[in-house]
Write a protein of this length. Structure first.
Length: 366
């Protein structure tokens, strides 16, 4: 595959463009033209200086500049900033990168031929096209079969739009909310993985009267970016009780089965049905625990009720369902997801509790 897809690194040594000179060869080439270095006599020295004076290289111009500004008294030369700026960029470093757009054209076409019909190809040109020049690489890829462009920041997308690139552009991470007007104005699609951004993005689109396309980024295990889809859908749409009204959301992302981008619709009823079995197990376990509770503790439960803690306590309708099943008061704390940490902090402050734990060997000094 690598041999079929030459680029600036893979296979490039076998595809040198016309006039290409490697950096090592350029470093070994003498920087004077038509003359040999001075051999010590005045005639040779004069010929050498005449040849170098005619040579237009910026580096040789710098040497000439130093000679012109040498002072007979040995004092440091006063450098002219205007003349320093005349030294071209190519002569300020030993190496540079030459991009073969034909290689990009070949690679894009080859990949396009190898994917199934209907599968769209995205050319990622973030970080100035990985140093290759985002605008020219993007246009070359689009003209060779790419359907989308991917960038890392909103500014990178704007650069392409201002260069008259009209193809769909996806920002591969979720931008800050303050960039939403730019996304809408330049028709740039963001990656979305928080409900807060999604709501603000939709509200801004409604206010401007424009469409707001987006890509739902799903965390599939790399834990870089993306929605924790199952957990977030559970908390946003899930319910422990059967929903009275139907709510539908469209989820866009990569299918873990086919590897292709897909869009599916999920309803709150779908989430309810998926959660019904584990919720019923939870209710049965609580009933069993209450049936085996000593009488003296049962009285406390009647007075103080059941207190829900942990992230699962945030599931909509769970407290109502448990109340109906047990006929006990059910209370959800203000910050149920923090209860364990806060409880541990309070316990650690009790010297009596710490002493008892240490006596049982449950604590290990560290």
């Amino acid at each position: 595959m690598a041999q079929d897809l030459p680029n600036g690194f893979t296979g490039f040594s076998q595809r040198r463009p016309n006039g290409f000179v490697s950096a090592s060869a350029a470093m070994g080439t003498p920087r004077y033209v038509g003359a040999q270095p001075p051999a010590g006599n005045a005639a040779n020295k004069g010929a050498y200086e005449a040849a170098t004076a005619a040579f237009s290289s910026g580096a040789e111009g710098a040497f000439q500049y130093a000679r012109d500004h040498a002072r007979p008294d040995g004092e440091p030369a006063q450098f002219d900033p205007d003349k320093l700026r005349l030294i071209p960029d190519v002569d300020r470093r030993w190496s540079w990168t030459e991009i073969d757009l034909n290689a990009i054209r070949h690679n894009t076409s080859a990949v396009k031929q190898r994917i199934d019909n209907g599968v769209r190809l995205m050319a990622v040109v973030k970080a100035d096209g990985y140093g290759h020049g985002a605008v020219r690489c993007a246009k070359t890829a689009l003209n060779s079969g790419a359907d989308y462009l991917g960038v890392a920041t909103v500014n990178e997308a704007i650069e392409l739009r201002e260069a008259l690139v009209n193809a769909p552009i996806l920002v591969l991470s979720q931008p800050p909310e303050t960039a939403i007007p730019l996304l809408l104005a330049y028709k740039v699609m963001p990656s979305v993985y928080t409900s807060e951004f999604a709501i603000q993005y939709a509200e801004a689109a409604d206010a401007f009267g424009v469409r707001a396309p987006y890509h739902l980024a799903v965390n599939t295990g790399m834990n870089r970016i993306g929605v924790r889809t199952a957990e977030d859908l559970k908390m946003d749409l899930g319910s422990a009780t059967e929903p009275e009204e139907d709510t539908t959301v469209r989820v866009k992302g990569r299918s873990v089965h086919t590897g292709r981008p897909e869009t599916i619709e999920i309803t709150n009823r779908d989430i309810y049905l998926a959660l019904r079995a584990p919720v019923e197990l939870l209710v049965d376990a609580i009933k069993d625990a209450l049936a085996n509770t000593p009488a003296e503790l049962a009285g406390d439960l009647m007075d103080k009720g059941i207190h829900l803690s942990g992230g699962g306590a945030l599931l909509s309708g769970l407290n109502q369902l448990l109340h109906e099943a047990t006929q006990l008061p059910v209370i959800t704390s203000d910050l149920p997801q923090d209860d364990v940490a806060m409880g541990l902090a309070r316990i650690s402050a009790e010297e009596r509790v710490i002493a008892r734990l240490a006596a049982t060997g449950a604590l290990v000094e560290g």
